[in-house]
Design a protein around this ligand. Structure first.
Ligand SMILES: Cc1cc2nc3c(=O)[nH]c(=O)nc-3n(C[C@H](O)[C@H](O)[C@H](O)COP(=O)(O)OP(=O)(O)OC[C@H]3O[C@@H](n4cnc5c(N)ncnc54)[C@H](O)[C@@H]3O)c2cc1C
Ligand code: SF4
Length: 508
């Protein structure tokens, strides 16, 4: 690959780069010696490794030319320089979802980098700070070294009806606890952190709109994943210990899995050159809105997982001898329709991308909200249909150990037969995959992450409501109905329709 530094290139290089770090990770009440070698953690590392291997195998899809460094860089580290870059992010995400059947963890960092590009630029514009320059230096470094960036936005939040400064315990939102001439010190925690243990750097960002009282919580900064003062407590996933058993059938997807952990920060030092917001509380909502705009359309990743589940449903229907039954065919059509509806909104949002003042491209917000809102629902329906087609064995299937047993095994081979010619082991494997994606380890990525990741459903409804321009739409109706004495004010296009109809300068 032309111009790419050799530091980390392949998935294997990446896996080796994670070894020997001083990470403090708790799992099952013990500190993990080397996460890379832990059988429960390794599938999540394999999923990230695939983001590197894809960039080698399909350079045009998973790499991009960076005008910042002049290098060909991994697309997850690229600042979008055109709407086409945004579209290619989505295509890469779908492909990786297809290849791994799980969350491959790198999009949070990608979306954090892109949203910080414009936000740091606009903070500097107002406050004459130099965050954007510091930020660009950070991006150049991670592009050159080809690193994994985690994006840490969600605080534990304590009482959800209260802001950071109103909590009984101020650490329930990550905050600045000290500062000196070298930098700042932050304490608090970040919850549900995707791929944090598999990251090289983590960008800390605020999670809610902030007021003047919350200045100490208005902090953005980059820390190495193994920074002093960071403790991780590994998140459990349904059926996760199957990865620690013998054999590879029962885990359903033995190679790939996702990862989330609770990340605790105890006076973690961030040098000034890695601080990208420090007290500018009024920019927290801008950063959150831009990040969620990128990230909610990144959820087209789930259509790649949907492709896998649709394929699994069609395969089990075949093994069961009913591939051509009309209601089965219709259910597969319905699954495909729902899956492509998610993709349609996401990719349209990227195609409608527009240039920001800093030069980065931002996708269309309303369509991103619609994409993510569909993701909070459709994978559940697709999963319901997959379980319908799979039959009850998806939850009553005996273990691989029984299947290999000299007495129980032959009984299972006799009684778990499907149609003539369908191998019983293959039938078990596909049933386990359906279980894995709809009830097991990767149901975290396919279902609950779809619900809450990038914000729970109500967060999208609020954004849709804010931008749906109901007054303008009422006037359209009143105009056609001949009502001239009851016009809504303001009677003008808002940002959404301006962008759709391109009546304004494209730099917003
Ligand atoms: C698998 C997974 C991976 C994730 N990865 C990341 C990551 O990498 N980085 C990251 O930063 N975050 C990540 N998240 C966090 C995600 O963004 C949050 O889960 C989401 O914002 C919801 O927050 P919560 O889980 O604290 O739920 P809660 O905020 O407790 O929400 C629960 C319910 O309460 C409602 N609610 C909460 N507060 C209010 C309120 N004030 N008013 C009205 N209703 C309210 C919500 O709408 C929801 O219905 C991940 C989450 C999951 C599940
Ligand atoms: S949930 Fe999807 S968008 Fe988010 S990090 Fe995982 S794969 Fe990427």
């Amino acid at each position: 690959m032309a111009n790419v530094l050799k530091t980390i290139r392949t998935g294997n290089d990446y896996i080796e780069s994670l070894r020997g770090r001083d990470l403090k990770v708790y799992l099952f009440g013990e500190l993990v010696k080397e996460p890379v070698d832990h059988p429960m953690i390794r599938p999540s590392i394999n999923a990230v490794a695939e983001t590197y291997d894809l960039a080698v195998r399909e350079e045009a899809l998973a790499s991009a030319h960076s005008s910042l460094t002049g290098l060909t860089v991994n697309r997850f580290l690229h600042i979008a320089e055109s709407a086409q870059d945004l579209v290619l992010q989505n295509k890469m995400q779908r492909k990786l979802g297809q290849n791994t059947g799980t969350c491959f963890q790198r999009c949070v960092g990608m979306d954090a980098l892109n949203s910080l590009h414009s936000t740091t630029f606009e903070i500097d514009e107002k406050h004459k700070t130099d965050y954007h320059k510091r930020f660009l230096e950070f991006v150049k470094m991670v592009q050159k070294e080809n690193l994994v960036i985690g994006g840490a936005m969600t605080d534990p939040k304590g009482d959800r009806s209260k802001g950071p400064a109103e909590q009984d315990d101020p650490d329930l939102f990550t905050r600045i606890v000290d500062r000196d001439e070298k930098g700042i010190y932050v304490s608090g925690a970040k919850a549900h952190q995707t791929g944090c243990i598999n990251s090289h750097w983590i960008i800390l960002m605020p999670t809610v709109r902030l007021t003047e009282n919350d200045k100490d919580w208005a902090v953005v900064g980059a820390i190495p994943a193994d920074a002093k003062g960071v403790t991780y407590i590994y998140g459990r996933q349904s059926c996760d210990t199957r990865s620690m058993e013998e054999g590879d059938i029962d885990s359903g997807n033995a190679k790939y899995g996702g990862q989330e952990a609770l990340m605790i920060l105890d006076r973690v030092f961030i040098p000034w050159d890695k601080v990208f917001m420090h007290g500018e509380y009024e920019f927290a909502s801008m950063l959150i809105e831009r990040f969620t705009c990128y990230h909610r359309r990144s959820y087209v990743c789930k259509t790649g997982l949907g492709d896998v589940l649709i394929g699994a449903a069609a395969t089990i229907a075949d093994y069961n001898g009913v591939p051509n039954v009309s209601h089965i065919k219709d259910k597969i059509i319905e699954m495909t329709h729902l899956n492509e509806t998610i993709f349609a909104a996401g990719i349209a949002s990227s195609h409608q991308g527009h240039k920001m003042k800093s030069g980065v491209y931002l996708n269309e917000d309303v369509l991103a909200q619609v994409c993510k809102h569909n993701v909070t629902r459709f994978p559940y329906e697709i999963s319901r249909l997959a379980q319908d087609i799979a039959g009850g064995l998806v939850v009553t299937l005996p273990s691989e150990k029984d299947f290999r047993h000299p007495v129980a095994g032959p009984l299972l081979k006799k009684y778990l037969k499907g149609r003539k010619g369908a191998d019983v082991e293959n039938r078990m494997r596909i049933l386990r995959l359906i279980e894995n994606m709809t009830l097991g380890r990767n149901a975290v990525g396919y279902l609950t992450e779809s619900m809450h990741g990038a914000g729970s459903p109500q967060a999208q409804r609020i954004q849709i409501q804010r931008q749906m321009q109901i007054g303008y739409k009422k006037n359209l109706a009143k105009n056609l109905a001949g009502i001239t004495n009851d016009i809504e004010e303001p009677n003008e296009l808002s940002d959404y329709f301006n962008r759709i109809f391109k009546t304004k300068d494209s730099i917003l």
